[in-house]
Design a protein around this ligand. Structure first.
Ligand code: GLU
Length: 418
């Protein structure tokens, strides 16, 4: 790949793009470009065969000016210090874009979870939770799911923390199973905000999402739920992919059937309804109205961006476009709804889960979804407004302008200590 694709440099370049629209002092901006602290640890865990394995793990706490650090935990072989630093920064600006009272963090363990038994994953997760214990807490840092983690891992982390602290503290982590203090609507929340902003983006262009054809890269939590909810709005999902490959059907998929065959066989490529198998890059460059990258960072770079044929891109993944791709797509008038708004449904419903945990009072799914709709639509409208009013070139930069102003205000309002 010709272009340098370091996610932390991408984050810094996104912040830099916003600075010329901001009246924020350089020394304040400088502290908003780096994490406050990064834990790097080596977990030593016994495997089922009695051997010992080492796992490199991280937690980056980027900024806590607006509230407790908040963000998910990722299990993936490519997890690195630079990646968690970037992801933790994106959490800061995501929480500020949708105006929920959190800072940002992110953690990860460098491993392929498919290579380990459930018992091994539980020991690895509990070893990681033990290392995290001094850093996390209901009012300090609240982890959540991210790539390849879900309710099971959150429940283990909560249990480890509560056991070591000799207390009950469901609000120490979000994305738990309902029976362990999780919230209705949390599993669907990232796909739901992706769908809400797609609907709003099409309405903004004077078009109806019900008439749109859609390609979705990634069929994990965010991608598969977005596929279902977009289909419910009448959109036609014509292409989907996962790490096993991509499938295409110009007549549109029955997305529930795709999800069922993935659950049964492990990949969308085994879906019997596919008319064509295409490569990952082919999916990203299909002639569709809406493209939803819902996998990992840097999916579309400066080489691929000129080939993209979608009119609208909604980023369900974190960091799927490189800065060069962003520039090219903006020049070509492709409307990009940035990750820090589009996938903010996840952390927004995490916030609702945390509020419910603090109150020890559970909301209905209807209430969760209504509050989420309000938060996401208000944030979308605010970005369109500032984009038009201040002549900001992209919705991403508009989001950073709004978010950085909020974080800088909180920092300056606090005064200095000591
Ligand atoms: N991992 C999700 C994200 O990237 C959710 C984080 C959270 O709920 O704290 O936004």
């Amino acid at each position: 790949m010709a272009e340098e694709a370091n996610p932390f440099e991408n984050l810094q370049s996104q912040i830099d793009d916003a600075t010329r629209h901001l009246d924020v002092a350089d020394d304040v901006l400088e502290r908003l470009r780096y994490p406050e602290r990064v834990l790097e640890t080596n977990l030593t865990v016994e495997m089922d065969d009695g051997s010992i394995e080492r796992f490199q793990a991280f937690r980056s706490q980027f900024n806590g000016d607006r509230g407790p650090y908040k963000g998910g935990i990722r299990y993936h072989p490519d997890v690195s210090r630079a990646e968690v630093m970037a992801l933790s920064g994106w959490m800061v600006y995501k929480c500020a874009t949708v105006d929920i009272p959190y800072g940002g963090a992110k953690g990860g363990i460098a491993l392929d979870p498919a290579a380990y038994s459930e018992a091994e994953l539980e020991r690895i997760t509990r070893a990681y939770a033990t290392e995290l214990r001094p850093l996390i807490g209901v009012d300090r840092d609240i982890p959540a799911p991210d790539v390849n983690t879900g309710q099971r891992e959150m429940n283990w982390i909560k249990d480890t923390y509560e056991t070591l602290e000799n207390t009950t503290a469901p609000g120490v982590i979000t994305g738990k199973a309902i029976g362990s203090g999780g919230s209705e609507g949390r599993v669907e929340a990232t796909g739901r905000s992706t769908t809400i902003v797609a609907r709003e983006a099409f309405a903004h262009l004077g078009r109806d999402i019900a008439d749109a054809t859609v390609a979705i890269q990634g069929y994990g939590n965010a991608g598969s739920i977005a596929a279902r909810l977009l289909s419910e709005l009448g959109a036609s999902v014509v292409a989907v992919s996962d790490s096993g490959g991509a499938i295409y059907d110009p007549d549109g998929f029955d997305v529930d059937a795709v999800a069922a065959s993935k659950a049964e066989h492990g990949s969308v490529v085994d879906h019997p309804g596919a008319t064509e198998y295409v490569g990952n890059d082919d999916l990203l460059t299909l002639e569709v109205d809406l493209l939803v990258p819902a996998a990992l960072e840097n999916a579309i770079d400066g080489d691929l961006a000129p080939e993209v044929r979608a009119d609208v891109i909604v980023e369900a993944a974190n960091g799927p476009l490189t800065p060069r791709a962003d520039e090219i797509l903006a020049d070509r008038d492709v409307l990009v709804v940035p990750d820090i708004l589009a996938n903010a449904g996840g952390v927004t419903v995490s916030y609702f889960e945390w509020v419910q945990n603090r109150q020890r009072f559970a909301w209905t799914e209807q209430r969760v979804n209504e509050e989420l709709e309000r938060v996401i639509v208000d944030a979308f409208d605010a970005l369109i407004d500032i984009h038009d009013r201040e002549g900001i070139e992209t919705l991403r930069t508009a989001a950073y302008v709004v978010a950085i102003r909020r974080v800088a205000d909180a920092f300056e309002d606090a005064g200095s200590f000591p």
